[in-house]
Design a protein around this ligand. Structure first.
Ligand SMILES: NC(=O)c1ccc[n+]([C@@H]2O[C@H](COP(=O)([O-])OP(=O)(O)OC[C@H]3O[C@@H](n4cnc5c(N)ncnc54)[C@H](O)[C@@H]3O)[C@@H](O)[C@H]2O)c1
Ligand SMILES: O=c1ccn([C@@H]2O[C@H](COP(=O)(O)OP(=O)(O)O[C@H]3O[C@H](CO)[C@@H](O)[C@H](O)[C@H]3O)[C@@H](O)[C@H]2O)c(=O)[nH]1
Length: 441
């Protein structure tokens, strides 16, 4: 099939590349000229494991094309995906200006039947707005479908190629037929294509993200309780996760959820609820708990250094909002940095992929290390903010030998508490017992 993908950011590039991989010809459109030039010249613009190989192959075989011209991009396409940003507005609502702006442009360009698919995360009723924006300028037949994307950064290729499910919101039989054909190679393993109306599909996306965020905030509160009651959240997690009804995944406490989706989507659903005259109480609490959790590790650090943080120097492992991505949107590590610097401390950070992005945003507010161990030079303590695999089995003796004092604040519970104690560390993590060593400060 001939496909256009409008918006070549994270979702657009993964969608375009994975659709080309099964033999479709995909033209990706973006207004960012530099991005398009880079992609045309064969340089991938995001770090996503496994994507580059597919990108190279499909670019070389001319199934994957890039342009800044919407008219050229959609001219021959049967299907147009919108993978445009929907950032939070000042009031928390999803900003639809990009989606509706492009819909308006598409309306001026359409000449024959096409299916316009909304892959962006958008509030209930957006498919109708997109339809109206196109219909204002185009009087022929077309369909607008809500087809939310559930991929996770870091495993996005697998999530797209072998999705748990594909949700398709449309009541048009013609669009259903086309999308059944398009997605056939991806749902071969028996995972379902779930058809529903547009509004339910739009809400499904927000419900999924909000439910997962709720799971995380719930576990962060259990972790808070563990710290107060002398229980171990790792044990509680295993104890409840083995019940199929609860499930093992997304039960990891930490430094709060971040990334480009959960914070904005929970906020947007709360806003939509308000507009529908409904107070979504659970989600308000989920957001409040997350804000508290983002400050929790720094609270522990401040409590440890009774004399204050002025003049203290910290090594920070991890900047990306989660491992296997260079994405730093709403990364909790950035809030930790702000709080430490504000309290008079200095920071040297290391992240395997995200340092360039961080440099672009906060510049020399912190120092950047070449390796995990370089970051430790001259530091009073180590702080862990992202659970990259390479941080999981470090050379503890080297850490002991390099840090000024053997102190580790771990926001991701990477190490065994007992092991750290035996090694001689003062080790604080989230929701687990603290085995007290004599204070060093
Ligand atoms: N990032 C994820 O993991 C993820 C997963 C599922 C769903 N989503 C949703 O998908 C949508 C896109 O997210 P993203 O992370 O890919 O965003 P992004 O910011 O990475 O990419 C958006 C792209 O759209 C381009 N763009 C903006 N205006 C344009 C226009 N008028 N014409 C053409 N291109 C234009 C931008 O230049 C940018 O390259 C959002 O609604 C998001 O909530 C994201
Ligand atoms: O047990 C857990 C699991 C995750 N997180 C945090 O939650 C955030 C989000 O993680 P994850 O969901 O893995 O990352 P995203 O790539 O943002 O993916 C989410 O957001 C996407 C955009 O909407 C959706 O498509 C995905 O299905 C949804 O998982 C990160 O800060 C994680 O550190 C935890 O704190 N504990």
């Amino acid at each position: 099939m001939k496909i256009a993908v409008v918006g070549t950011g994270y979702v657009g590039l993964v969608t375009g590349t994975c659709l080309a991989e099964t033999g479709n010809t995909v033209t990706c459109v973006d207004i960012d000229q530099r991005k398009v030039q880079k992609l045309q010249s064969g340089q991938i613009t995001i770090y996503e494991p496994g994507l580059e190989k597919l990108f190279d192959r499909n670019l070389k075989e001319e199934r994957l094309l890039f342009t800044t011209s919407l008219a050229d991009g959609i001219k021959d396409a049967e299907i147009i995906f919108l993978a445009l940003p929907t950032p939070p507005g000042a009031d928390g609502s999803a900003d639809l200006r990009y989606v509706l702006g492009v819909a308006d442009d598409i309306g001026k360009l359409l000449q024959d039947y096409k299916v316009i698919i909304d892959k962006s995360t958008v509030p209930v009723g957006t498919a109708e707005k997109v339809h109206a924006a196109i219909a204002a300028n185009y009087k022929g037949e077309f369909d607008v479908v809500s087809n939310p994307e559930f991929l996770r950064e870091g495993v996005a290729v697998d999530d797209f190629m072998k999705p748990d499910r594909v949700v398709i919101g449309t009541t048009s039989e013609r669009a259903q037929k086309l999308l059944t054909e398009l997605y056939a190679p991806y749902v071969r393993q028996g995972n379902p294509l779930i058809f529903m109306d547009e509004r339910s599909a739009e809400l499904t996306k927000y419900a999924a993200n909000s439910f997962l965020a709720t799971k995380i905030s719930f576990m962060n509160e259990i972790a808070q309780l563990c710290e107060r009651l002398g229980a171990d959240v790792d044990m509680v997690r295993r104890g409840i996760g083995s019940d199929d009804r609860i499930g093992k995944r997304f039960l990891f406490p930490g430094i709060g959820y971040g990334g480009s989706c959960f914070p904005k989507d929970v906020q947007a659903l709360v806003h939509s609820s308000g507009e529908a005259d409904y107070d979504f109480k659970i989600l308000n609490a989920v957001m409040e708990v997350n804000e508290t959790q983002k400050r929790h590790l720094v609270s522990k650090i401040k409590a440890y250094y009774e004399g204050g943080l002025t003049g203290k120097h910290f090594a920070l492992w991890g900047l990306a909002f989660k491992p296997n991505t260079d994405d730093i949107r709403e990364a909790p590590a950035l809030e930790i940095i702000d709080a430490l610097v504000e309290a008079g401390a200095t920071v040297t950070a290391f992240d395997p992929e995200a340092m360039n992005n961080v440099r672009g945003v906060i510049g020399d507010k912190i120092q950047y290390a070449e390796t995990t161990y370089d970051a430790l030079e001259g530091a009073d303590a180590l702080i862990i903010a992202t659970e990259w695999n390479e941080f999981r089995t470090p050379d503890f003796d080297k850490i002991l030998a390099t840090l000024k004092e053997p102190v580790v604040f771990d926001g991701r519970n990477l190490f065994e508490v007992q092991h750290m104690y035996e090694k001689g560390f003062h080790y604080e993590s989230i929701g687990r017992p603290l085995i007290q060593l004599p204070k060093i400060v």
